[in-house]
Write a protein that binds this ligand. Structure first.
Ligand code: AMP
Length: 190
């Protein structure tokens, strides 16, 4: 089983690259952001709770997020491996993931971290907001809050995997194809 964490700030291109990696390596893509958006669309209690955090660019509480992720993993026993996109975003989430994967005897093999400067992120997110209509991409204050939350709460997760010698950093400002080639080079060497 090959488990990969795709990491980086909002707007760094995780979703785009995850789709390409899934096609190439036949792994199962789990995006916690997509799962929350689907819960919101289906008007579930979980969706309602998540929305109150997402609307202001804050993180959904760890317990809620971890339980949702666990349920999704348990519902896909046939997966040959997972690409985690947008998870883990806090140290407790990273510890919970490590624990779950240790029980499956399939630890995270590597964290692929896409580096993009803050100004570029904000530009990309505002453009995505116009094109996709995603509410949390349309308001510059919410975007700035998400980038801030990333810097404060999520960045330490990269150090966590670095300590395990599992961190690979990639320049996320290159073209989509160039970034994908860099990711594939790391994947192929695993
Ligand atoms: P994303 O699509 O990954 O940018 O996520 C959109 C929003 O969903 C985030 O701004 C958070 O409010 C929430 N979210 C997604 N993943 C997580 C996570 N792992 N932990 C907490 N909140 C999350």
């Amino acid at each position: 089983m090959l488990n990969i964490v795709l990491f980086g700030p909002p707007g760094c291109g995780k979703g785009t690259q995850a789709e390409k990696l899934v096609q190439q390596y036949k792994l199962y893509h789990i995006s916690t952001g997509d799962l929350f958006r689907s819960e919101i669309k289906n008007e579930t209690a979980l969706g309602l709770e998540a929305k109150s955090y997402m609307d202001r660019g804050a993180l959904v509480p760890d317990e809620v997020t971890i339980n949702m992720l666990k349920a999704k993993m348990q519902a896909t026993p046939e997966a040959k491996g997972f690409i985690f996109d947008g998870f883990p975003r806090t140290i407790p989430q990273a510890e919970a993931l490590d624990k779950m994967l240790a029980e499956m005897n399939a630890p995270v093999r590597t964290m692929l971290s896409l580096k993009v400067r803050n100004e570029e992120l904000i530009k990309r997110l505002l453009l995505r907001g116009k094109e996709s209509g995603r509410a949390d991409d349309q308001d510059e204050n919410i975007i700035k809050n998400r980038v801030q939350v990333y810097n404060d709460q999520t960045k330490p997760v990269a150090d966590y995997y670095n300590q395990q010698h599992k961190l690979t950093e990639i320049n996320g400002e290159n073209s989509i194809d160039e970034v994908f080639q860099s990711l594939c080079a790391v994947m192929d060497a695993l």
